[in-house]
Ligand binder design. Sequence first.
Ligand code: GLA
Length: 751
Amino acid sequence: MPIYYHAETRQFHLYNKTFSYILRILENGYIGQVYCGAPLAPQGGYPFLDPLPFYGFSNNERNSIRFEYPAYGNGDYRLPAFSVRFLAGPAGGAQVVEPVYKAHRIRPGKEGISGLPAVYTEDDREADTLELELEDAASGLRIVLYYTIFASHNCLARHVRFINGGEGKVLIQNAMSFSLDLPDPDWNMVTLTGAWAREFKLTEGPLRPGFQGVESRRGITGHQQNPFLLLKRPGADDFGGEALALSLIYSGNFLASAEVDPLGILRLRIGINPEGFSWELEKGQTFDTPEAVLAYSSTGVNALSQDYHRLYRTRLARGEWRDKERPILLNSWEGTYFNFTEQKLLEMAKIARDLGIELFVLDDGWFGERDADDSSLGDWFPNTKKLPGGITGLAQKITALGLNFGLWIEPEMISERSRLFAAHPDWAIGVPGRKRIETRRQYVLDMSRPEIVDHLFSVFSSILSSAPISYIKWDMNRSLTEPFSRSLPPERQGEFFHRYCLGVYDLYTRLTRSFPGVLFESCAGGGGRFDPGLLAFAPQGWLSDDTDGFQRLLIQTGASYVYPLSSICAHVSAVPNHQTGRTTRLAFRGMVAFFGVLGFELDPAALSPEEKTGIAAVIDFYKAHRALFQTGRFFRLRNPVSSSRAAWMALSQDGREAAAGYFRLLARPNQGPFRLYLKGLDPAARYDLTVWEDGGFSEADKRRNTGCRGGDELMYGGLFLDSDHAHIPQEGDFFSELFLLRKIEAGKPGA
Ligand code: GLA
């Protein structure tokens, strides 16, 4: 059992191979945070680690204690994990709560959270859950803290349930999913920030006194910040040192913050953004927060990323496509934008098929009168001028070619110029009497209203039933404005954003359950809603609208801090690139896209014969190693953010096969040779090292680095690259090489 209760010290010890998490029922009934770090022996209590009050000048006993789920207004001046307002009774309007220990239960397995995505177990033996129930005696409010620790995933999942066990109404104003008080602030904080087409930028800096963090107030998680926060010790890197992270399984407004108090105690919090949020609980009602997941590593950040990858790939993603190899697709967007005919699409599809592509995806522009982005969202019937046989006819013709067929949709949106808007102008989010703001020339449907979700379910189920559609790209191209729902009474308007998110999850749940064979890909103008919440429904997502090979190196590196390669859709597009105007080699673009779910986004009819040959080679290679790239352990060997050289590696789960990609970015004269140290190999094993022949190789690198090599040699001695580097490199910018390793089994030839 990975949860141990020590009755004498009243400590709960949650532990697995990489960390221990200890909390305790304090003398006054509050729950104190004792320890979160490298594993401690599970038996026995740790009284010396107990959080102790520090009585400085004018300090009360609660001001400095490390709490597990700190309340507002009772002596702790740091930002609270939750706050409520009692709306009735003699203390009506008060916000003070005294949540003290009432009971606890430790049980095998893990339950789901109603209406919200969460990690799961397939067998009760995979995890244990601690339910810790607190009660505010004066009001009857109960708070249950849920902790699930996995036996073979180095992660801890937490969420919180509020139960109004009193007589009067309670208004929840803030309800974090995870709050963690740590004893010192000596960490650097890393967050994933950005903007449209340049998401997942690694942003790092030392913690400073006071409040800092990332958040969204857009109704979606956003391109700007991801619901994730990582701490690493100064000097820690991908392969050494202590790191700890929180990730939120949610797709709406979030907050992830750190607060360093004047005594140097650090409080981390992650959950729904309290800004604009409130939730009313009638007598007997409950409210569940989204789930947050902590990962900890004392051996560097890469190991922590791998823990997230494996948990999210195998115990957050679900459904038929979770473990299946993902198809190589051609998406029509950059090839045609809105301008296509059925004939053109079929021409593209035929060439795509001949190149080895498996799935043809028709993107935006197929419905209503959609010839530009100013109309028709909501009118989900085919444009018969472009598609005389409708989606059914096109899908049949594409499947007859031997390809699967996929379709782009944007269910949550409505254009002012649409039949849907003419019929239901009140379905678009907005405040009566006020002008709505258009963004990308569209409005957003009020997904908090069940009748709108019902309508969308009926529309999209009939489309999915009408044609052989095996894939859906679910887009969402703008943030929310004018938050207000006509279906909510004034005192419940603070519930709008969360109810919107619950509506999206409801539609996803119903569609994925009704069409279990369909592969869903999430998208929001690229990575505007690339978060763990949607991974539970769509096992892969469109990471960024930026398809430039070099930019992608940066974006995919950032995303790999949390998200598995199986979730990262990576497309090779035409050059000059449509977002940056940059031209890179096909092999370079292909190699970047190998480390994810490979796809294409171009017009195959516009390719030269050489490009076609090159693309066919990219596809052949990927097909031969698809499982390695989609499910292998991922190593950031060298970070493109901080150097002119980058390198990634994928190692199969059984350790028998690996691929290492080396990317030289901007050419520099007189650069000198370079050692690339591989990771994760068996030091005692021997590996057969080859190169991807179409990868554009320097002959000297090939000579030096192929053949039979020891795992120890490759990890500690490294590959010897750029060994013939002339003082003026002839290859120019963006050069890449890909090495393949196959473990030589004892007793087999070559051993
Ligand atoms: C968004 C998506 C693109 C494409 C367009 C279509 O920007 O990220 O991939 O689907 O919408 O309008």
